[in-house]
Design a protein around this ligand. Structure first.
Ligand SMILES: NC(=O)c1ccc[n+]([C@@H]2O[C@H](COP(=O)([O-])OP(=O)(O)OC[C@H]3O[C@@H](n4cnc5c(N)ncnc54)[C@H](OP(=O)(O)O)[C@@H]3O)[C@@H](O)[C@H]2O)c1
Length: 103
C-alpha cells in the first residue's frame, strides 16, 4: 500500500518534532518543515531510518512566499498531502506575570 503523506510545520523541535517521529512510526511519509533550514536538517537527521521516509523542506508559516514555494514543491515531489499538522507557533505563557514595583 502507498504510504500516506503528512506535513508538519515547526517540526525542528518540541511537539512538532515528536509528531514527525510518531507519524513515521505509524507508517506515514513525513515532510518535516522548519523556518530555519539548519535546525530542520539537524532534526531530520535524527529521524533517519524510521518508517517510510522523511523529507525536509524549509517553511516559515508567516511568509506567503515561503508557503507558496513549499506548496509547489510538495505538489511536484509528492502530488498530494493526506495530513497537515499545523503546529508552528509560539507558546504564549498565560501564567507568566510581570512584577511591578512601586505600584
Ligand atoms: N507545549 C505546550 O504546553 C503547549 C500548550 C498549548 C499549545 N501548544 C502549541 O503547540 C505547538 C507546539 O508547541 P511546542 O511546545 O512544541 O513549541 P516550541 O517548542 O516553542 O516549538 C515551536 C515550533 O514552532 C516553530 N515556529 C515558530 N514560528 C514559526 C514560523 N513563523 N514558521 C515556522 N515555524 C515556526 C519554532 O521554530 P524555531 O525553533 O525556529 O523557533 C518551533 O519549531 C505551538 O503551536 C504551541 O502554541 C503547546
Amino acid at each position: 500500500m502507498t504510504p500516506k503523506i503528512a506535513l508538519v510545520t515547526g517540526a525542528n523541535r518540541g511537539i512538532g518534532f515528536e509528531t514527525c517521529r510518531q507519524l513515521l512510526k505509524t507508517g506515514y511519509r513525513v515532510i518535516l518543515t522548519s523556518r530555519n533550514a539548519e535546525k530542520g536538517r539537524k532534526a531530520a537527521r535524527q529521524l533517519e531510518g524510521i518508517g517510510a521516509g522523511l523529507a525536509f523542506h524549509p517553511l516559515d508559516v508567516s511568509n506567503p512566499e515561503s508557503i507558496a514555494a513549499l506548496k509547489a514543491l510538495a505538489e511536484a515531489e509528492f502530488g498530494r498531502l493526506d495530513v497537515l499538522v499545523n503546529n508552528a507557533a509560539i507558546h504564549y505563557d498565560t501564567w507568566q506575570v510581570t512584577i511591578q514595583h512601586g505600584v
